[in-house]
Design a protein around this ligand. Structure first.
Ligand code: UD1
Length: 420
């Protein structure tokens, strides 16, 4: 197992290239199941979740190879329509193969994902939506089994605007007979990116980026190449790190339009930002101001930035609150931040931070991806050495994070540990 050793105190300065979006890639890859053929997905991040999705697709007979950010996929020889537990347990986004498989092959057997580090994450909307499209769904020995001759278009109203359910249902509806309308669809840029990819493959989709998506089913799709959109959460994480360390950094190859809400909150915290078409420059103030946030669906404040914002607010002078509305118990990072000296408390789904206390390095870990990166950010400003354990969580979603931070002046190294 690897850990990071971070020695705090250095300001981040310089410029850095943002990687492709994890969550977009995890929709583009399963979308390729809809049309047998070969694909080149450029700007694919080299992260663990992409390896897991590659292995999962590999277990179905699909060849996946990542070289220098270009992911080559060959979906011509599918040998199985089954997503086994051994892969699904590592990554919930494995559920994204369900819609494409049942739409294209009329059958899918996908392990139920189970719980995760921050409580139950249901998939009822995926299953109800597929049933409305005419699939027969059965749950057997921990597996979802979905069958359909050909799916039939219908109206599906999602109780909650779910990213994964919107993807699964939109992808499935591309090959259904007739028209499907998804009401209360997710508007996240990653869903829109997947929809655009499906359009390039020949799908007829309208309303992408709005809460109403209409899909007119076609009989066949064809393979297409694609360039993955930039990772808005990686961008925002690095912006928070620069803000915390009092630095000045240019982030290149990003999409500021996907980050407008966070950019505004960073400005409220006292940061100066120059925003260009695909570049953001952030200059941090001498002292950050507290800014309270509430997580929400896009374009609101993303739950995937909640832990990092908590770490950042520990540096602001004054009290702020973080209210989590998407995953109401996503707080495994909070007690660990407290171990570094943050004055932080959880009350139901709200964190209260009394910022401005000096942090001191310690050994910490988190049980999820964003919580882990929040520890690294806190380590950047803590006095002395912070050891962040179990960074395989972080490696799921950040490409070469230590190299990127080091190139900006951070003192951070990766080391192997004996810990199990
Ligand atoms: C995706 C992202 C994840 C992000 C999350 C919320 C990927 C691979 N992951 O996860 O990083 O944190 O969006 O922005 O893209 N819900 C139900 N029933 C369902 C499905 C979801 O009640 O069937 C609820 C969830 O409990 C949650 C809300 O809907 O409260 C949003 O979850 P959802 O958008 O589905 O998250 P994911 O797609 O799993």
């Amino acid at each position: 197992m690897d850990k990071f050793i971070v020695r705090g105190g250095n300001r981040l300065r310089g410029s850095i290239q943002i990687s492709g979006a994890k969550n977009a890639t995890l929709e583009l890859m399963p979308a390729a199941l809809l049309a047998p053929g070969t694909y080149s997905l450029r700007n694919t991040p080299n992260i663990r979740d992409v390896w897991t999705m590659s292995r999962l697709l590999g277990s179905m007979g699909i060849h996946a190879e990542l070289n220098d950010g270009e992911l080559f996929l060959d979906t011509r020889n599918l040998t199985s329509q089954e997503a086994p537990y051994e892969h699904v347990k590592k990554m919930r986004a494995s559920i994204h193969v369900l819609g494409p498989l049942v739409a294209r092959y009329g059958y899918a057997k996908v392990s139920l994902p189970g719980g995760c580090a921050w409580g139950p994450r249901p998939i009822d909307l995926h299953l109800k939506g597929l049933e409305r499209l005419g699939a027969e769904i059965e749950l057997d020995s921990g597996y979802i089994i979905a069958r359909a001759e050909r799916l039939k278009g219908t109206t599906i109203t999602l109780d909650v605007s779910s990213v994964g359910a919107t993807f699964n249902l939109m992808a499935a509806a591309t090959l259904a007979e007739g028209k499907t309308i998804i009401v209360n669809a997710a508007m996240e840029p990653e869903v829109t990116a997947a929809g655009r990819f499906l359009q390039k493959m020949g799908a007829e989709i309208e309303g992408l980026g709005t809460s109403g998506i209409t899909i007119c089913g076609v009989t066949d799709l064809m393979p297409s190449d694609e360039t993955t959109i930039p990772d808005r959460i990686e961008t925002a994480t690095l912006l928070a790190g620069v803000a915390m360390t009092g630095g000045e950094v240019t982030l290149q190859g990003t999409n500021p339009y996907h980050l407008s809400f966070i950019i505004e909150r960073l400005e409220e915290a006292g940061c100066e930002l120059d925003v260009n078409t695909n570049e953001i420059v952030l200059r941090a103030p001498d002292q950050l101001k507290p800014v309270s946030i509430t997580t929400a669906i896009y374009p609101g404040f993303p739950t995937d930035m909640q832990a990092q914002w908590t770490a950042m607010m520990a540096c602001a002078k004054g009290v702020s609150t973080i209210t989590e509305k998407i995953y109401t118990d996503r707080f495994s990072h909070v007690p660990e931040l407290a171990r570094l000296g943050c004055d932080v408390e959880v009350h139901e789904n709200r964190v209260i931070i009394k910022g401005g206390k000096s942090l001191k390095g310690a050994t910490v870990m988190s049980t999820d991806l964003r919580g882990s990166v929040a520890m690294v950010l806190a380590g950047l400003i803590a006095e002395g050495e912070t050891d962040v354990l179990r960074i395989y969580h972080l490696d799921r979603g950040y490409e070469r994070l230590e190299d990127k931070l080091r190139s900006l002046g951070a003192d951070i190294v990766r080391e192997k540990t004996e810990e199990f």
